[in-house]
Design a protein around this ligand. Structure first.
Ligand code: TMP
Length: 207
């Protein structure tokens, strides 16, 4: 079972991944929590450099580095865990690349699709939880939590609006995979909504 979490900066997805992970562990499920960019030593090492706000990176270079990190992540972590029948919770995956590099940076979506197909080896999330959040609210939340901004957080508000719009578009185009949760609720309320949805899904799959 492969569940991904997506959303704009400050949408609260990382908190929700952690809460769901702890809940499922307590219930006795075999579950792992991972993230992109990152998830492997290769990815986490690159992530540190890659989010550095002073770094200038061209859109195509950025895309290719994300894809390199994803290829490593799929081979080293996601694929083996799924083969072991574990539940994999992943903080961002393919949709982030369409949203940020495709709609945000303007890279051709066909190129992203081809590369995604190559590096994911056809693995698709069973469920994608989209934490839907207003851009201004997300930024307020983010700056309270960590005042120093990374390379993406420093992008103009217009960039983040494009990303947000893209996520909403994807969720409408694929409502069977996407589960949209209003990010304005309390952390506990949102956790409960996600927990209920995931438990139903696991039951349907006989897990
Ligand atoms: P995070 O905010 O989830 O830690 O992710 C760090 C940044 O990486 C975030 O601003 C979104 C960006 N990102 C992309 O631009 N493309 C991708 O494919 C992924 C996985 C993340």
């Amino acid at each position: 079972m492969f569940i991904t979490f997506e959303g704009i900066e400050g949408s609260g997805k990382t908190t929700q991944v952690a809460l769901l992970h702890d809940y499922l562990v307590k219930k006795g499920y075999s579950v792992i929590k991972t993230r992109e960019p990152g998830g492997t030593m290769f990815g986490e090492t690159l992530r540190k450099i890659f989010l550095e706000p002073k770094l200038h990176v061209f859109p195509l270079s950025e895309l290719l580095v994300f894809m390199a990190m994803r290829a490593q992540h799929v081979e080293e972590v996601i694929m083996p865990a799924l083969q072991d029948r574990k539940i994999v919770l992943c903080d961002r995956f393919v949709d982030a690349t369409y949203a940020y590099q495709g709609y945000g940076r303007g890279i051709d979506l066909g190129i992203i699709e081809t590369l995604n197909r190559l590096v994911t080896k056809g693995i698709r999330p069973n469920l994608t939880v989209l934490l839907d959040c207003n851009v201004d609210r997300g930024f307020r939340r983010k700056t309270v939590l960590s005042p120093s901004m990374d390379r993406f957080e420093k992008e103009a508000v217009t960039f983040h609006r494009k990303v947000k719009k893209a996520y909403v578009k994807f969720s409408k185009e694929d409502p069977k995979r996407f589960f949209v949760v209003d990010g304005r609720g309390s952390i506990e309320d949102i956790h409960e909504i996600i927990r209920e949805k995931v438990e139903k899904l696991l039951k349907n799959y006989g897990i």
